[in-house]
Design a protein around this ligand. Structure first.
Ligand code: B12
Length: 211
C-alpha cells in the first residue's frame, strides 16, 4: 500500500485529510506498523522544515498532535495482533532524559516493548539521571532505555553511564539509547551498548540481549 499521500498530508499540516487517510488505510488492511513509519517519516520532514525555518513551533506542536491522534487509532490494532505473553522476557526501564520533553517516540517504544513480552516501566520525560538509576535499581531492570530527541541530551546520557560505572552498576544493565538524533558516534560518545532510531529494531536488540 502506498502511504505517500498520508505522509504528504501530515507534512503539509492537512490534519483532517491525514486523519481520514489513516482511518481509510487501516480499514483497508494496511499494516498498523507501516502507518507509524509513515508518520515518523513525515515528522522527520517537518523537523527538517523547522530547521530550515520554513516551519516554526506551532507546526511542531501540530505534528505532535497529529501523531498522537493516529497513535490512539493504531495502538488498539497492534494490541489485537499480539497475544498476551505470560512470562516476561525481562524488565526495561524507560525515560526521556533531563532537559528533553519529547515523548512520542518513547511512548511508541514502551508500547512495542510491552507488546513483545517485556515488563516495561516508563518514568516519563525530563527525568534527572540520578532518578533514572534509583528507579532502575528499585524496579530490578535488566535494560535501561533512554530516549532523547535533542542533541543536548548526549551529555546527561553520558553522565548516566559514567555514574553507573562509578557506582559499580555498569555490568548490571544493558543501556540502549533511542531518538531521531542517535547514531553510532553519539552511542560511542555516551558509552551506551546500542542505539536505534526505530522502535522495532530496538525491541529486537533487547530480545537478543535477553537470549
Ligand atoms: C514533535 C516535535 C516536537 C513536539 C514534541 C511533542 C511530544 N509530545 O513529544 C514539541 C512541539 C513539544 C517540540 C519541542 C521542541 N523541539 Co522538537 N521536534 C518534534 C519533531 C518534529 C518530531 C519528533 C517525533 O515525535 N518524531 C516521531 C517519533 C515516532 O520518532 P522518534 O522520537 O525518533 O522515535 C522513534 C525512534 O527514534 C525510537 N525511539 C525513540 N526513543 C527511544 C528510546 C529507546 C530506548 C528505544 C529503544 C527507541 C526509541 O522509537 C520511535 C519509533 O520508531 C522533531 C523532528 C525530528 N526529526 O525528530 C523535532 C525536534 C526533535 N525538535 C527540536 C527542537 C529544537 C525542539 C525545541 C528546542 C524547540 C524550541 N525552540 O522550543 C523544543 C524542545 C523542548 C524540550 N525541552 O524538549 C529539534 C532538535 C534539534 C537538536 N539537534 O537538538 C528537532 C530535531 C527539529 C529540528 N530538526 O530542528 N518538538
Amino acid at each position: 500500500m502506498d502511504l505517500n499521500a498520508l505522509k504528504e498530508a501530515v507534512v503539509e499540516m492537512q490534519e483532517e485529510t491525514a486523519l481520514a487517510l489513516t482511518k481509510q488505510y487501516l480499514a483497508g488492511g494496511a499494516a498498523p506498523l507501516s502507518l507509524f513509519k509513515a508518520y515518523q517519516a513525515a515528522l522527520a520532514e517537518i523537523g527538517r522544515r523547522y530547521e530550515q525555518e520554513i516551519y516554526f513551533i506551532p507546526e511542531l506542536i501540530m505534528a505532535g498532535e497529529m501523531m498522537n491522534t493516529a497513535s490512539n487509532l493504531i495502538k488498539p490494532l497492534l494490541a489485537g495482533n499480539v497475544g498476551i505473553t505470560e512470562s516476561k522476557l525481562g524488565k526495561v526501564l524507560i525515560a526521556t532524559v533531563e532537559g528533553d520533553i519529547h515523548d512520542i517516540g518513547k511512548d511508541i517504544v514502551t508500547m512495542m516493548m510491552d507488546l513483545n513480552g517485556f515488563e516495561v516501566k516508563d518514568i516519563g520525560v525530563d527525568v534527572p539521571i540520578d532518578r533514572i538509576i534509583t528507579e532502575a535499581e528499585a524496579f530490578g531492570a535488566d535494560i535501561i532505555g533512554l530516549s532523547g530527541l535533542l542533541s543536548l541530551v548526549f551529555d546527561p546520557m553520558k553522565k548516566l553511564v559514567e555514574a553507573l560505572t562509578a557506582q559499580g552498576l555498569r555490568n548490571k544493565y544493558k543501556v540502549i539509547i533511542g531518538g531521531g538524533q542517535m547514531d553510532e558516534k553519539a552511542c560511542a560518545y555516551i558509552g551506551a551498548d546500542a542505539f536505534t532510531t526505530d522502535a522495532v529494531a530496538g525491541v529486537n536488540i533487547c530480545k537478543a540481549w535477553m537470549g
